[in-house]
Design a protein around this ligand. Structure first.
Ligand SMILES: [Zn+2]
Length: 572
């Protein structure tokens, strides 16, 4: 709208505000157009040391042009500016989930089933609309849902006789399949374990239906392929949910995003402006990567620079999980003589990490056991020395059970701890399976977020969704209380590792942005930064920690766009 049409009084106030502004708002000068939107009367936690608190924000062209007091923001409003009164609500930078996966297939959610009866009930319900030949997929079971912690195909055969059932566990490192699937896959007592995989067998040597790590592929490859449209549908639905939790960025820890139908689905969504959340995808971390492949990964990163969809990191797996006894440990699991399933030799890993590092690519390695974590740190250390590189921000994903001697190495090497807040949630799987397998000494240092902070490591929080819920407030609650929402166990699970709400928010905002080389663009609120922020239903810094799970995002803004607005949220 031309300047001459503005009310003279409003224009005068606007010019006055520009004269007293700071940062990017000043640089725009008095000739700059008014803000697209102003958000007033809020309690803003900016994450910026220079100006930690504010009461208002102004947005233009997807970026913040003002962070300060309500009068200052209001003065930037023109006749067509959207004015949102936040009525004293708490505002924080948009949340960034540093480790997230897209569940591309429709599957029964078996989380918190606790009993086989409940698992069977949910599967039968889920399978009802499906044809008899269609696969029945499920996810998020835990060993403790089964009698004596022994998952077995007979429970699936009883619930859905003759059906093809494939259930992925909570961590995605083992599947339980029905007898029909074993037959289809040609798996018998005579089938040897594949490399890096285990076909679990009962006392008589018969396969139980549990397939771990690379043995999962024996069954998974039989499930029919999906179309890019189906993946696109799942993507839109999941990201809409993410926005409703206050997420404005997710970092997808799957190399599959970078090619094939997944890449097609993500790029099509970006082209159509259908990504309500910023996405950073990964490329695969390969044993025998060639210079041509690496050049392709670098070109992919550069092609997507500055987009809502970005690339630039390679995702690799060094071990499995504690629950499946596949996490690579220095000492054996309690009651067993195995130390897990390391997927790489030190030689292969060192060579591959050095190659990615030399090409200028960031690497993220899944490492849960103390042995795998040490392997990752050794390889990063070696690559930096051999290539003479610094500032690559390589990451260790999950870092659940580090040896205490390795904690200072994160800060020393500039390696990031990419941890998952909800992993500290003391649910029945953690208490009945995970902790007993580690034994008290190792369980006492599991998911010890406070130790990473004390060791000066940059710690980025994620959810590992769909392993755990991507609800950020549940994650913050778990990290702050180390209890379930119902308040158990009393006093918290190893409460010495609890962190503050502010530390948890930092790990979900600024530190997660740092983990994707984006901390000058997002993760804090200051003029010039992307307008990514979330308005919360309660002040998370003031309420009792046990109330955190009730807190909702009432308004989510990504790049100046309202990507989520609760039905009872702030009106315009
Ligand atoms: Zn993951």
């Amino acid at each position: 709208m031309p300047a001459g049409l503005r009310a003279p009084a409003r224009r005068a106030a606007w010019l006055l505000a520009l004269a007293t502004c700071s940062g990017a708002a000043c640089r725009t000068g008095p000739a700059a157009p008014p803000a697209d939107a102003v958000y007033l009367n809020a309690r803003v936690w900016t994450g910026e040391a220079a100006q930690p608190d504010a009461e208002a924000l102004a947005v233009r062209d997807g970026r913040l042009v003002f962070v300060g007091d309500t009068a200052g923001a209001r003065a930037l409003a023109g006749p067509s500016t959207t004015i949102v009164d936040l009525a004293g609500r708490r505002v924080v930078p948009g949340f960034n989930d540093a480790h997230w996966h897209l569940p591309t297939r429709r599957s029964a959610d078996l989380g918190d089933s606790r009993t086989v009866t409940e698992i069977a009930r949910r599967l039968v319900e889920f399978a009802r609309p499906l044809g008899p030949d269609q696969w029945v997929l499920g996810r998020s079971w835990g060993p403790s849902d089964f009698p004596a912690n022994q998952p077995h195909r007979r429970f699936l055969d009883e619930a859905l006789p003759g059906r093809k059932v494939l259930l992925t566990d909570r961590d995605g490192h083992q599947v339980l399949v029905s007898s029909a699937v074993l037959v289809l896959a040609g798996i018998t007592r005579a089938t040897p374990d594949p490399p890096n995989g285990r076909i679990v067998r009962d006392a008589s040597g018969e396969p139980t239906g549990v397939l771990q790590e690379d043995a999962m592929g024996l069954a998974r490859r039989l499930v029919p392929e999906q179309s890019a449209d189906e993946v696109g549908q799942a993507l839109r639905a999941e990201l809409a949910t993410a926005a409703s939790y206050g997420l404005t960025s997710v970092q997808v820890a799957s190399g599959s995003v970078s090619a094939g139908i997944e890449y097609e689905a993500y790029t099509a969504a970006e082209r159509r402006g259908e990504l309500p959340v910023r996405v950073r995808g990964a490329v695969p971390f390969e044993r025998a990567v060639t210079p041509e492949r690496l050049a392709g990964f670098v070109a992919l990163r550069d092609r997507h620079a500055g987009g809502v969809l970005r690339f630039g990191i390679a995702k690799g797996m060094l071990d499995g999980t504690v629950d499946a006894r596949t996490a690579a440990m220095l000492d054996p699991y309690v009651g067993h003589d195995d130390r897990g399933l390391p997927m790489w030799t030190a030689e292969d890993l060192t060579r591959a990490v050095a190659a990615y590092d030399r090409a200028g690519l960031q690497v993220e390695l899944h490492a849960i056991g103390d042995r795998a974590i040490r392997l990752a740190l050794d390889a990063y250390d070696h690559a930096a020395r051999e290539n003479g590189t610094t500032g690559r921000r390589h990451r260790v994903e999950h870092v659940e059970v580090p040896d205490p001697a390795d904690l200072p190495r994160f800060a020393a090497l500039g390696v990031l701890a990419s941890t998952q807040a909800m992993f500290a949630s003391p649910d029945s799987i953690t208490l009945n399976n995970y902790a007993p397998l580690l034994g008290p000494a190792r369980a006492a240092r599991a998911n010890a977020f406070r130790r990473f902070d004390e060791a000066g490591a940059v710690q980025a929080f994620g959810s590992d969704y769909p392993v755990f819920t991507m609800e950020v407030m549940r994650g913050i609650h778990a990290a702050v209380t180390r209890q379930l929402p119902e308040g158990t166990p009393a006093g918290g699970w190893y409460p010495e590792h609890r962190i503050t709400v502010e530390a948890a928010v930092r790990h979900f905002t600024r530190d997660a942005a740092y983990a994707e080389f984006a901390e000058t663009e997002k993760g804090t609120l200051a003029p010039g930064r992307l307008a990514d922020f979330v308005v919360l239903s309660a002040d998370i810094f003031a309420i009792a920690p046990e109330r955190l799970p009730e807190v909702k995002a009432v308004l989510t803004v990504m790049g100046g766009r309202q990507t989520w607005s609760a039905p009872d949220g702030p009106g315009r």
